[in-house]
Ligand binder design. Structure first.
Ligand SMILES: *[C@@H]1O[C@H](CO)[C@@H](O)[C@H](O)[C@H]1NC(C)=O
Ligand SMILES: *[C@@H]1O[C@H](CO)[C@@H](O)[C@H](O)[C@H]1NC(C)=O
Ligand SMILES: *[C@@H]1O[C@H](CO)[C@@H](O)[C@H](O)[C@H]1NC(C)=O
Ligand SMILES: *[C@@H]1O[C@H](CO)[C@@H](O)[C@H](O)[C@H]1NC(C)=O
Ligand SMILES: *[C@@H]1O[C@H](CO)[C@@H](O)[C@H](O)[C@H]1NC(C)=O
Ligand SMILES: *[C@@H]1O[C@H](CO)[C@@H](O)[C@H](O)[C@H]1NC(C)=O
Length: 382
């Protein structure tokens, strides 16, 4: 999973690995960079080889022509893991996912991708709609699915969901394990350096526009879309536990939808936090629902200038009760989408926009056929 140089216990190991590779390729033109690197090692001392930046940069540029049968050293940093399956614990995974390059310019051609992260219990009944959505946009997206560990996905090799399942654990509604699963999705997706935007979805979600509109919208936005608001009612501030002070003051307490879209910077904040996480784990128990407060509060405190404070995922609460409406076959029509899409208004990069919601939930499996039928006329799929 991690680049091999991480496994080197000290500079000597690392040095030995480079050396053996050098002899295998056995080309005289490698000799000069080898000497340069070797003298560098002697000069700086082996502890510098602990630092990925120093070790990688000279070797990738100098050794590249010599080892063209093997992937370049830089490739091992840039290429996503070939398999999503791994045995890292959450602690190990979150650590590995929290690396952020300090040099902001990527030294290779990077096409930013959108990570679509599906938090599900089992099957994805709307997958045919998503297959249609992704078609023709290869290289611009990646998919991650977290489901109950007991569920075994069975997608054919030609499916976009084939082998996109990540190592998962049991999650329960209203429990911190739900936030763990979200962090697990983010962390697995962060391991692919090309992923720039991260969207949390469920098996009942659908896209409201075609891929190119959604991609352009995310790419052009100066903010991440996380709903985060303050509300004096018992359902918001009423769930604050004064024991959280002084770490979290009531004035910092926020509520918001679980369904978010964040960029790489914000995603890293979410994965690396342990301090606020602990406070929520201990002090936010039903009727405090951790998935409605943890990220909205954390990101309000740590990254308030980076978030738009609104979600891009529509949920219909108009029917009342503690669960949102579910739409089935009978609900789906052109009129239905007109009602959703027309007359939207929100701020996008500080300006009024009529595109505010990019995804919607909750849709029952029975909605699939009418959705496929309307996909090209109403949702702009081609
Ligand atoms: C993962 O597997 C490796 C080798 O198979 C083992 O050494 C390591 O302890 C495992 N890690 C976890 C977290 O299970
Ligand atoms: C979350 O689930 C775990 C394991 O089932 C349980 O021990 C814990 O009390 C639950 N926490 C809350 C807040 O319900
Ligand atoms: C979101 O709210 C925070 C604090 O309440 C504010 O600083 C920030 O500017 C808001 N974001 C946008 C895009 O308006
Ligand atoms: C978005 O942010 C960039 C960089 O900070 C800035 O140059 C640009 O003007 C911003 N765009 C809008 C529409 O606010
Ligand atoms: C943006 O929307 C607000 C609220 O509807 C309105 O008051 C304002 O005039 C609009 N601004 C522009 C530039 O259209
Ligand atoms: C996406 O939808 C928009 C609006 O419906 C349309 O103009 C555009 O051609 C569509 N793009 C693709 C690639 O289908």
């Amino acid at each position: 999973m991690l680049p091999r140089i991480f496994q080197a216990e000290d500079g000597k190991d690392f040095f030995f690995k480079l050396q053996s590779r050098f002899f295998i390729s056995s080309l005289m033109k490698c000799f000069l960079p080898f000497v340069l690197l070797a003298s560098g090692a002697l000069f700086f001392g082996s502890r510098y080889f602990d630092s990925p930046q120093i070790a990688i940069e000279p070797s990738s540029s100098l050794f590249l022509p010599c080892v063209n049968k093997e992937p370049s050293v830089l490739d091992r940093w840039v290429k996503p893991p070939s398999s999503l399956m791994h045995n890292m614990s959450d602690e190990e995974l979150f650590w590995a996912a929290s690396f952020v390059p300090q040099v902001k310019k990527y030294p290779f051609h990077r096409v930013p991708k959108v990570a679509f992260m599906f938090l599900t219990t089992g099957p994805l009944p709307l997958s045919p709609l998503w297959e249609k959505f992704f078609k023709g946009n290869e290289g611009l997206y990646s998919i991650y699915v977290h489901s109950l560990p007991s569920y075994k996905a069975n997608f054919p090799p030609e499916s976009v969901f084939y082998k996109r399942q990540i190592p998962s654990q049991v999650t329960e509604w209203g429990n911190i394990s739900l936030c763990d699963a979200e962090k697990r999705l983010l962390a697995n997706a962060l391991l692919d350096l090309s992923n720039e935007w991260f969207i949390l979805l469920s098996e009942t979600c659908i896209p409201l526009y075609n891929f190119s509109i959604i991609y352009t919208y995310l790419k052009g936005s100066n903010h991440s879309f996380v709903e985060s608001f303050d509300d004096p009612s018992p359902h918001a501030r009423g769930r604050y536990n004064p024991e959280m002070a002084p770490l979290i003051d009531i004035s910092q307490w926020r509520k918001g939808s679980q369904w978010f879209e964040v960029d790489r910077t914000v995603a890293t904040h979410m994965v690396q936090d342990t301090m606020y996480y602990l406070a929520f784990k201990v002090f936010c128990k039903p009727p405090c629902y951790v998935d409605e407060h943890y990220f909205p509060t954390l990101l309000h405190i740590e990254t308030s200038s980076l978030i738009a404070n609104r979600t891009i995922t529509l949920t219909d609460w108009s029917r009342g009760g503690s669960h949102p409406a579910t739409f089935g076959e009978a609900d789906i029509s052109e009129e239905f989408f007109k009602r959703i899409l027309d007359g939207q208004e929100c701020l996008y990069n500080g300006k009024n926009s009529s595109i505010c919601l990019l995804f919607a939930r909750k849709f029952a499996p029975s909605a699939l056929q009418p959705l496929l039928h309307l996909a090209s006329t109403v949702l702009g799929f081609t």
